[in-house]
Design a protein around this ligand. Structure first.
Ligand code: 6GU
Length: 229
């Protein structure tokens, strides 16, 4: 099967933020293998006013600044004029929560835009007229969308075919089948009397598979019963 390179455009007011998360491990390797190209866009450079500001006070009053339409519209419009995008994603806590199914779907995209929000949020009209998908990464509040963008991007990139060389490795991850992973062990088999379950040393692959299935189910029931519904 042939897969062309995925392109991800991230729009942010903190472009340097991503230097760390995108230059290690699988995300780094995926870029080196030409499986993905990540482009970071500094929102401030798209602001047309003298101060290069990107936010303003809220109509109707209330605390917290709101990100302006103009720089975001200009940045997104420029990108859209260059290629067709599968989704234009806005990261915000008031959105459906990210799960493995969403990451799976997004991993077959050709081009994605990810917009990182800040301050109180963005002008609603951006969401109404420009954004095609909204994602939260969980029920807690982050200072900005950048950390969420790094999380989303990582979860997508590791699913692009050919990125993880041992393809079964991504498939056996927790959540891939709505089950948590089973416990894993490596040498030594006995560390200060902390022993590895004997069955894993038995060499009986069939029994080992059964044990792993049982443990996955047991862990899921105990820790995340909501996944079994
Ligand atoms: Cl996507 N953004 C922010 N600021 N906070 C969050 C989030 C996103 N997801 C969970 N909390």
């Amino acid at each position: 099967m042939y897969f062309s390179k995925m392109r991800i455009d991230i729009i942010t007011i903190f472009p340097d933020f991503f230097k760390g998360p995108f230059s290690h491990s699988i995300v780094k390797i995926a870029q080196e293998k030409n499986k993905v190209e990540i482009n970071i866009h500094d929102l401030r450079s798209h602001s047309t006013n003298k101060q290069k500001s990107v936010d303003d006070y809220q109509f109707g009053g209330g605390s917290g600044m709101v990100m302006n339409i103009q720089p975001i519209d200009d940045c997104i419009s420029k990108l859209k004029s260059e290629r067709k995008y599968d989704e234009i994603i806005y990261l915000t806590p008031d959105a459906p929560t990210l799960n493995q199914g969403t990451s799976n779907k997004l991993s077959s995209s050709k081009n994605l835009i990810i917009l990182c929000g800040h301050y109180k949020g963005i002008d609603q009209r951006i969401r109404d007229y420009l954004i095609t998908m909204e994602i939260s990464i969980g029920d807690y509040v982050l200072t900005g969308g950048e950390l969420a963008a790094a999380v989303l991007t990582d979860s997508i990139i590791r699913l692009i075919p050919g990125v993880i060389s041992d393809e079964t490795s991504a498939l056996s991850d927790s959540f891939q089948d709505n089950l948590l992973s089973y416990p894993i062990y490596t040498r030594p088999s006995d560390y200060k009397g902390w022993e590895v379950p004997e069955i894993l040393l038995s060499g009986n692959q069939k029994l080992i598979e059964q044990w792993r299935e049982d443990k996955s189910l047991e862990r899921t029931k105990k820790i995340r019963p909501d996944l079994l519904k």
